[in-house]
Design a protein around this ligand. Structure first.
Ligand code: UDP
Length: 146
C-alpha cells in the first residue's frame, strides 16, 4: 500500500549537527547524509516538492567566535551553511534527484542567487531546492531563514 501524501510541498530544516559524524569528530556522516538523500528522493518520486535549509553547527556558529567581531563570525557561519549545502547537493544528485542550490549571498559558480520566484519554479518542476547562506544577514540563525 502506497504512502498517503499529506503535503504537496515541504521544507526540511537540517541542523549541521544532524549530518555530523560526532563519534569520529568529523563534520560529515556520509551514511546519514545518504539516508536523508534517499528519503528526499522517495518524496520527490511521490510528487512532493522539497526545499532544504541547512545550518552549520557541525562547522561553525557565530557564537563560537569569542573575541571576534560578531557580524564577521556570523558570516563565517553562513559560509559553513554553504559547505553543508554543497555536500547535500552532491548526495542528492547521487541519489538521482535534480537539485538547484540557491544562495542568499552571491556565489557565482557555486550557487544560483536566491530568488523566490525562481525557487518556486524549480520546485514546481520537481527539483529539490537547497537554500544556503541563511538569510545572508548576521545575528540570526538558519532557523529564522527556514
Ligand atoms: N547565520 C547567520 N545568518 C543567517 C543564518 C546563519 O548569521 O541567516 C550564521 C550564525 O552564526 C549561525 C550559523 O550561521 O549560528 C550557523 O547556523 P545555525 O546556528 O542555524 O546552524 P544549526 O544550529 O542549524 O546547525
Amino acid at each position: 500500500m502506497g504512502n498517503e501524501i499529506r503535503f504537496r510541498r515541504v521544507l526540511l530544516k537540517l541542523s549541521g549537527e544532524a549530518i555530523a559524524d560526532k563519534k569520529n569528530g568529523e563534520i560529515f556522516d556520509s551514511g546519514i547524509i545518504d539516508k536523508i538523500a534517499g528519503i528526499v528522493k522517495r518524496l520527490t518520486d511521490d510528487g512532493v516538492e522539497v526545499a532544504i535549509v541547512i545550518g552549520a553547527g557541525n562547522i561553525w556558529r557565530g557564537v563560537y567566535g569569542k573575541g571576534l567581531n560578531r557580524a564577521r563570525a556570523d558570516e563565517m557561519g553562513m559560509l559553513g551553511t554553504m559547505i553543508n549545502s554543497m555536500r547535500m547537493e552532491d548526495a542528492l544528485e547521487t541519489a538521482g534527484c535534480r537539485v538547484t542550490l540557491m544562495s542568499s549571498i552571491p556565489m557565482q559558480g557555486f550557487a544560483e542567487p536566491y530568488d523566490f520566484r525562481k525557487a518556486r519554479r524549480h520546485l514546481e518542476k520537481g527539483k529539490v531546492v537547497i537554500l544556503g547562506g541563511g538569510l545572508g544577514t548576521p545575528f540570526i540563525t538558519t532557523d529564522t531563514a527556514a
